[in-house]
Design a protein around this ligand. Structure first.
Ligand SMILES: Cc1cc2nc3c(=O)[nH]c(=O)nc-3n(C[C@H](O)[C@H](O)[C@H](O)COP(=O)(O)O)c2cc1C
Length: 195
């Protein structure tokens, strides 16, 4: 089983990376494979709204950039972890461009029954709307959203500050545990589903 983490921060190795890695630590302990993809430095263009990806057999976008490779990795994984810093009380524009592209390319049902969770790094305000934006994505792709004990934001501004938010860091461990629990429940028993 594998979980792909997408970090929408333009700061590679920043607070959001730290948070994703905290969730990953717990998943790895439970024998679940993980892979972090940092959008920083990647070429992900904004969605053109042409809907070509919904018509193409391979769900390829007409724009050639780094998106399709990530799409394929997500298609093959069982879990998806979104991470973004809070920018202007929302997610970063990099993350928004990515989820806009992913949203249309996956209307083929490829995300159905995958497990999703979101984490955000924030200095002071706007975290809950960022978490909501990310979690809404899972809701309209037939995915299962994983929560923690007190939402999924961790406070800090400079790189490493999030380590001082003990309650937030404990929540990251908790998300990892809950994600592992659900993944194992889903993938260890045969379920009859009306396709
Ligand atoms: C352009 C920009 C906008 C930001 N907007 C907010 C905001 O609305 N609320 C807030 O609390 N912090 C805001 N921050 C602070 C970041 O959310 C915070 O520093 C976060 O830890 C950065 O995570 P990263 O290291 O993963 O990039 C902003 C930072 C930048 C650069």
């Amino acid at each position: 089983m594998k979980v792909i983490g997408i970090n929408g921060s333009p700061r590679k190795g920043g607070n959001t990376t730290i948070l994703i890695n905290k969730v990953f630590e717990e998943l790895n302990k439970q024998g679940i494979e993980t892979e972090l993809i940092e959008l920083s430095g990647k070429n992900i263009k904004q969605c053109l709204g042409c809907m070509s990806c919904t018509r193409e057999q391979d769900h390829k976008c007409i724009m050639t950039d780094d998106f399709y490779e990530i799409y394929l990795k997500i298609s093959e994984a069982q879990g998806l972890l979104f991470g973004s810093p809070v920018y202007n009380a929302s997610i970063t524009s990099q993350m928004k461009a990515f989820i806009d592209r992913l949203g249309f390319a996956t209307f083929n049902g490829v995300l159905k029954h995958k497990v999703g969770a979101s984490v955000v790094a924030v200095r002071r305000g706007g975290a809950i709307s960022a978490v909501d934006t990310l979690n809404h994505f899972f809701a309209h792709h037939e995915m299962f959203t994983v929560g923690s004990t007190y939402w999924n934001m961790v406070y800090g501004m400079n790189i490493g500050d999030v380590e001082n938010d003990q309650e937030g860091i404990a929540n990251m461990k908790n998300i990892g545990e809950n994600m592992a629990w659900l993944l194992k429940k889903i993938h260890t028993q045969e379920v009859m589903i009306h396709e």
